[in-house]
Design a protein around this ligand. Structure first.
Ligand SMILES: Nc1ncnc2c1ncn2[C@@H]1O[C@H](COP(=O)(O)OP(=O)(O)O)[C@@H](O)[C@H]1O
Ligand SMILES: [Mg+2]
Length: 212
């Protein structure tokens, strides 16, 4: 009787193993078809003058004047003749305006002043699906657009934040290139700074998740 029971447990376990590897192979095929290893996530959005008025808190007339005088980054003209700026130009404009208006430099180019501590925001919850990743990534994007230098530290082995930045752990991360490298206790340990990588989103860097 006991023998029969353990035999059936073994059968079930080997069935699960077979299904698991089939499912894994299917998922891999699907991922390679939809998102080939060579795919690169890029920052596609451009910014209108109105976006810049909101982001940089400068009047539209100032922006128009700068363009007319050929000062600062020169926006492209969209088909509807509206001016559009790339994300790099937004950053350039921040630097340009900060030099022009030193009093507002702190807001245009926010950074820590001497003696100020690094601001750490942790999104943590025991529940899955409670918006930890979504909240973190929106916060990172928002702060990056405000001109802050943001570091995302993905500490969830699901690596969904890492994946949302367009990094596929299986293809894109080599040995010892994740947060694990910085917290391990052997002689392979690396300084955290070495595992920080830029993302497609200017101003936002990432330490990829430990995954397995
Ligand atoms: N504010 C929201 N409104 C609607 N859907 C949301 C919201 N926040 C997260 N979601 C969705 O809920 C799901 C789980 O979110 P996720 O951030 O991955 O959770 P967690 O990281 O806590 O597991 C995702 O499909 C996400 O798109
Ligand atoms: Mg998550």
């Amino acid at each position: 009787m006991l023998q029969l029971a353990s035999q059936s447990v073994r059968d079930t376990a080997s069935k699960i193993e077979v299904y698991t590897s089939k499912l894994s192979a299917e998922l891999n095929d699907m991922r390679e078809a939809v998102y080939p290893p060579s795919a690169q996530k890029t920052f596609g959005r451009t910014f209108s003058t109105l976006d810049l008025v909101r982001l940089l808190k400068v009047p539209e007339s100032t922006l128009r004047q700068l363009t007319l005088e050929g000062k600062g980054p020169l926006p492209e003209r969209a088909e509807n003749n509206r001016r559009t700026y790339t994300i790099e130009q937004v950053k350039e404009l921040r630097r340009f305006l900060a030099e022009l208006r030193p009093d507002e430099a702190g807001e245009l180019l926010p950074h820590r002043r001497k003696g100020e501590k690094l601001q750490v925001i942790a999104t943590a919850n025991f529940n899955g699906g409670s918006s930890k990743t979504t909240t973190s990534i929106h916060l990172a994007h928002f702060l990056g657009l405000q001109g802050y230098r943001v570091l995302c530290l993905d500490l969830d082995p699901q690596a969904s934040m890492t994946a949302l930045f367009g990094i596929q752990p299986e293809f894109d991360l080599g040995e010892n290139q994740t947060a694990y490298a910085a917290i391990r206790y052997d002689n392979e340990r690396r300084p955290l700074a070495e595992v920080i990588r830029p993302t497609y989103f200017p101003g936002v860097d990432l330490v990829p998740a430990i995954w397995s």
